[in-house]
Design a binder for this molecule. Sequence first.
Ligand SMILES: NC(=O)c1ccc[n+]([C@@H]2O[C@H](COP(=O)([O-])OP(=O)(O)OC[C@H]3O[C@@H](n4cnc5c(N)ncnc54)[C@H](O)[C@@H]3O)[C@@H](O)[C@H]2O)c1
Length: 345
Amino acid sequence: MKLLRRVCAQVSNIRGYCVRTADNKPPKILITGGLGQLGVECAKYLRQKYGRSNVILTDIIKPTPDVVNDGPYIFADILDFKGLQKIVVDHRVDWLIHFSALLSAIGEQNVPLAVRVNIEGMHNVIELAKQYRLRIFVPSTIGAFGPDSPRNPTPNITVQRPRTIYGVSKVHAELLGEYYYYKFGLDFRCLRFPGVISSDPPGGGTTDYAIAIFHDVIRKGHYQCYLKPDTRLPMMHVRDALRALSEFLEAPNETLNRRVYNVTSMSFTPEELADKMIKYIPDFNITYKPDSRQDIADSWPQVFDDSEARRDWNWKPQVDIDDLVKLMMKEVREKIIANGISTSH
Ligand SMILES: NC(=O)c1ccc[n+]([C@@H]2O[C@H](COP(=O)([O-])OP(=O)(O)OC[C@H]3O[C@@H](n4cnc5c(N)ncnc54)[C@H](O)[C@@H]3O)[C@@H](O)[C@H]2O)c1
């Protein structure tokens, strides 16, 4: 009984809405770092669910006309706390999706900037979420693990000693979010995504090859891979990633045993992916020239254990490797043609 009371007190500390706010309206959602690989698609997905004007995309990049036509877009620098405060107040924001980051390979090239964007930026959004009692989603990554973690499978709770600034900043975000949850009742939610694959240009991560291979093979009939052929990494199509994010954001707090969950759809190697692509383009050619990203990949999980997400909020992937190749062949070809670039296949 005592335990039940304690749990109830903790839960009631957290804002009680799931899909609708207290005044029975859809949540007003702010996305930071929204013009990257995930943000634009995420805004489209959530606008279909909650209404065009209820999802505000922000970034420091000048938007394309398409982005502006799709719905609200405003400038927001994650390092400017007052600027963020003004947006939350002016737009009466309820949920914050924090995408701004420098990814693994890019972060290694500019560590001081990665520290500022990934760590100081996180300090700003978490304080903001606390002050205005926002539900806050922060994506983490397979990069939050390191060479000391079990790699096949990598469970939800295990040793995390990453060796990239990206990984270090994501472990920091996970721990800070959990701390604010226990200390202040902040509704912090975090999914550790594997490599997310979509037809949009990737942001400079170690799993980017699984996107670049489609673009190069369709355009030129050839791809030079920066990882060895047998490098196994967990992956997910963007469709599954956005559905996971949305279902997790809507999950009632009572169902969540953790604030941070692993999610995944599949694991494959460059060689296995290329084998599946041959069905569509039989004569393409792949060569391998590993670079510094190989060291990063060698320290990351090979197979991700997402059984806790499946158990607690019914996570279930839908896109397997065959579906993924079929979708990417179609979507990348369409994108290349729309950009007026000629294809060899
Ligand atoms: N794409 C993946 O495979 C993957 C996998 C796991 C986790 N994630 C996480 O998901 C999030 C989004 O990933 P993505 O692939 O879209 O990244 P991305 O690199 O494509 O986009 C990040 C965005 O952050 C913006 N940004 C940089 N500095 C900023 C600043 N000072 N203020 C505001 N915005 C700033 C950039 O302009 C960029 O548009 C990241 O936090 C990433 O760690 C992505």
